[in-house]
Design a protein around this ligand. Structure first.
Ligand SMILES: Cc1cc2nc3c(=O)[nH]c(=O)nc-3n(C[C@H](O)[C@H](O)[C@H](O)COP(=O)(O)OP(=O)(O)OC[C@H]3O[C@@H](n4cnc5c(N)ncnc54)[C@H](O)[C@@H]3O)c2cc1C
Length: 400
């Protein structure tokens, strides 16, 4: 086997499809069955997909399947409870494209799986199996599964999430900082239209975002101190809606929780390296961020675009796709983006999730300044859209 990808979540599935489309075979191993997880709708979250990620999904033929259920974001409003300052991003000031689209994670996984079926000669699955050992030899990586089966490949890719077993087996250190926050996820129906505006409201317990879905529906991501989040998530729909209105205000009229609802523990985890011998990390196994900026999966898409292009090119040139020079290029090309995005989301989370009066004054000034310094505002928008810097082919809408 050329490539074994451990983890068939959003990152693993996307990478397998990018490789398959370029003619490079891979094997996907997961401790669950991704098909069964999709059928059960296990993941109720939505994801804000940036413009560059959308381009990649278009090249892979996935966007065409989900476009009707992808809801554009034309404006983003940032406000803080108890402050008059607001920050308004309007995508029309920098072009025709929306800032991003909101899609349902389950729908995205479903279309990735259905698209992968078309490339069944280039991708195979081992479901319901965990990796228990990793051995690196000169030209091969050997993975042992919990049924004793051994898989030999040139390159192992860890896409097994924030508690990555592969990262540990490859002896790659990581740093985790617990925010003691959890995100409550729900779908909200409201009496006023959202006009494709995403609104993020900063509260002392954490940010609360309403992201546009169809007509008068929004996806909610409400971060709160963990103990409080659990209590709020367990309220019945009526009390929940009242608690939400107290925090969010009435800009969207009457709010109604229509569920389903789930709670996710929030922390930042960043691996100290994205590679070791014959191993590369992508997605949450490499970097798991606070959803404050809706960028966690988008930076995973950037990992995928860079790594896929490098190993496909290496393979076409007859080079060893799992060799250290190829992996070092991946590490070099991804380091800056991950470090800056990690630092930015961490700083935002800490700066806004409190009630200290001095920090409140700084925040108030920061929102005002950002709203009025146009070049800075435009750069932030382009960054959020994934459009800054030299982009790999897939993010430019080109095949590899
Ligand atoms: C509330 C919330 C909102 C978010 N909103 C956004 C957003 O708007 N925009 C955005 O870009 N990002 C967002 N994110 C981040 C995004 O959801 C994640 O970055 C993304 O889902 C990570 O996908 P992944 O495939 O890397 O990891 P995972 O989804 O964790 O997948 C890991 C896979 O590996 C498998 N696995 C684990 N261990 C093993 C093992 N030992 N052996 C075999 N298989 C294994 C698992 O079963 C799973 O299928 C959000 C996150 C949260 C929590």
């Amino acid at each position: 086997m050329d490539v074994t990808i451990v983890g068939a979540g959003l990152s693993g599935l996307t990478l397998a499809l990018a490789l398959a489309k370029a003619g490079l075979p891979s094997l996907l191993v997961d401790k669950i069955s991704p098909h069964a997880a999709v059928a059960k709708k296990n993941d109720i979250r939505t994801t804000a997909i940036s413009l560059s990620s959308r381009r990649l999904f278009t090249v892979l033929g996935v966007w065409q399947k989900i476009a009707d259920n992808a809801y554009p974001i034309h404006d983003i409003l940032v406000s803080e409870a108890g402050s008059e300052s607001i920050l308004h991003y309007d995508s029309r000031t920098i072009g025709q494209e929306p800032m991003g689209h909101i899609i349902n994670n389950n729908a995205l996984k479903k279309s990735l799986l259905s698209q992968l079926e078309k490339y069944s000669d280039f991708v195979s699955f081992i479901d319901n199996r965990s990796v228990i050992a990793l051995e690196i030899r000169k030209e091969q990586a050997l993975l042992t599964l919990d049924d004793g089966k051994v898989i030999v490949s040139k390159l192992v890719i860890a896409a097994d999430g924030r508690d990555s077993r592969i990262r540990t087996l490859a002896d790659i250190q990581h740093t985790t900082l617990d925010y003691h926050q959890s995100a409550i996820v729900d779908t909200i129906q409201h009496s006023k239209r959202h006009h494709n505006l995403a609104h993020e409201r900063f509260l002392p317990g954490g940010p609360l975002a309403l992201l546009p879905l169809q007509e008068n529906h929004s996806a909610m991501v409400w971060s709160e101190r963990t103990a409080v989040a659990k209590r709020i998530a367990n309220l019945d729909d009526e009390f929940f809606s009242t608690a939400l209105k107290e925090r969010f205000g009435d800009s969207r009229g009457i709010l109604k929780s229509i569920g389903p609802r789930a709670v996710y523990r929030l922390a930042i985890t960043v691996a100290q390296s994205g590679i070791s011998k014959r191993v590369a990390l992508i997605g949450d196994s490499f970097h798991c961020l606070h959803p404050i900026a809706g960028q966690g999966f988008n930076i995973s898409v950037r990992d995928i675009a860079v790594l896929a292009e490098l190993i496909v090119d290496a393979g076409r040139l007859g080079l060893d796709i799992g060799s250290t020079p190829v992996l070092k290029k991946y590490q070099r090309q991804r380091r800056f983006d991950i470090m800056t995005m990690g630092a930015a989301t961490d700083m935002l989370t800490r700066l806004f999730s409190n009630d200290f009066i001095t920090l409140k004054t700084i925040r108030c000034f920061g929102l005002f300044a950002m709203n009025n310094i146009k070049p800075l505002k435009n750069i932030t928008m382009l960054h959020a859209m994934g459009m800054l810097g030299i982009l790999p082919k897939l993010l430019n809408g080109k095949t590899i």
